[in-house]
Design a protein around this ligand. Structure first.
Ligand SMILES: *[C@@H]1O[C@H](CO)[C@@H](O)[C@H](O)[C@H]1NC(C)=O
Ligand SMILES: *[C@@H]1O[C@H](CO)[C@@H](O)[C@H](O)[C@H]1NC(C)=O
Ligand SMILES: *[C@@H]1O[C@H](CO)[C@@H](O)[C@H](O)[C@H]1NC(C)=O
Ligand SMILES: [Cu+2]
Length: 342
């Protein structure tokens, strides 16, 4: 009775808006989220759409920072700085995937509202190209790394000192400044925490083994939020693959920007990698939406699996970039605070 009333009320609101919701989203689409931008895989974008996206990213680098965090010069840096500030509280916790959902959505909103981008945040589905031949470099030859219509490629090889590689990660192939594409040193600076070029350091065996579809399937077969949240991060180890590590260490390796736990959002690819993790989460939610719009769990304190768990009312923050939100709000991508779909 109550449910059907809510359904009716929402349907009326949705009808008075422009968008005609599908049956799936009708129950959850809010009146403040009509016509949500649709997020697409990078390869689904036209050349014009790809260029519009990259131009919008470069536009953010021309606008003054608002985060108030020392070292952040522009609106692009703001996001990296907020991630850096919260790094100790947002990984290996129950709110990991929801904090990062809010983070990517905040960036998407800045691209749209401040830089005229009209599409949804694109994502990079690495699992499409992960090879069982771990030495394969095919995944690095796809459209996303294209120097003309993508994000450019690797940096030249630089020897890493023992100090720079405390985990003794093997097989890194780059580490220098990205040498082609829109984010070369003459066009783009990673200002935060101190000015540097954008670095990439491809490691084929990590990229291929961490981005396997079988691992995505494993994550998406989890029965509840707590186990999903744990599976998507797994443990911080290179002997046990996890999909979250694929884009970070397959592209960032030892010396690359996106491989740095605190400062990874300094590589614009971060938002396409995390966009894909969010899509995987969203797809998992769709399998039992009624339950999965109302369920969270997992530790408040990193790795504290027997301690206090997050609840639906638990709040996360974006510093000065956006208001605090509860996890309940962030479970719904078309609820109004968030407004996008896949
Ligand atoms: C990495 O190698 C160094 C020197 O060979 C060694 O002392 C250190 O324990 C190794 N670290 C790990 C995490 O295996
Ligand atoms: C938090 O959740 C875990 C996993 O469901 C559970 O084992 C643990 O007891 C919970 N912690 C508290 C304090 O209830
Ligand atoms: C936002 O959340 C943070 C903790 O996540 C808290 O310190 C801060 O006081 C909150 N701000 C508001 C306005 O509620
Ligand atoms: Cu992160």
């Amino acid at each position: 009775m109550r449910l059907s009333n809510i359904f009716l009320a929402v349907s009326c609101l949705a009808l008075s808006a422009v968008a005609l919701p599908t049956a799936d989203t009708a129950a959850t689409t809010s009146s403040t989220c009509s016509n949500p931008p649709v997020r697409k895989e990078w390869r689904q974008l036209s050349t014009y759409q790809k260029q519009s996206y990259i131009n919008a990213v470069l536009c953010l680098t021309k606008k003054k920072a608002i985060s108030g965090i020392a070292g952040a010069v522009n609106r692009f840096d703001d996001h990296q700085a907020v991630h850096n500030a919260q790094t100790p509280n947002i990984h290996w916790v129950g709110h990991f995937i929801l904090w990062h959902r809010y983070f990517v959505a905040t960036y998407e909103k800045a691209l749209r509202n401040e830089c005229g981008y009209t599409g949804g945040q694109p994502y990079w589905d690495w699992s499409q190209d992960a090879s069982t031949d771990l030495t394969s470099t095919a995944i690095y030859n796809t459209a996303i790394f294209d120097p003309n219509t993508g994000f450019g490629g690797n940096g030249p090889y630089v020897i890493a000192t023992d100090e720079q590689n405390p985990l003794n990660i093997t097989g890194h192939t780059g580490g220098g400044c990205v040498s082609n594409g829109p984010f070369v040193p003459s066009k783009f600076t990673v200002n935060f925490p101190t000015p540097d070029c954008l670095r990439r350091d491809f490691i084929p065996w990590i990229m291929n083994s961490f981005a396997q579809q079988s691992l995505v399937d494993h994550v998406q077969s989890q029965p509840d939020y707590t186990s999903f949240a744990r599976a998507i991060e797994n443990i911080p180890s290179f002997s046990e693959p996890n999909i979250h590590g694929s884009g970070h260490f397959g592209v960032g390796g030892v010396l690359g920007t996106i491989g740095n736990a605190a400062n990874s959002p300094g590589d614009p690819l971060f938002f396409l990698h995390h966009g894909n993790l969010d899509r995987i989460f969203w797809e998992w939610q769709q399998k039992d939406l009624k339950t999965r719009l109302n369920q969270v769990g997992g530790p408040i304190v990193p790795f504290d699996y027997s301690g206090q768990n997050v609840t639906l009312g638990f709040q996360v923050n974006m510093g000065k970039l956006a208001g605090n939100q509860t996890l309940k709000t962030l479970l719904n991508t078309v609820g109004g605070v968030l407004c996008y779909t896949y």
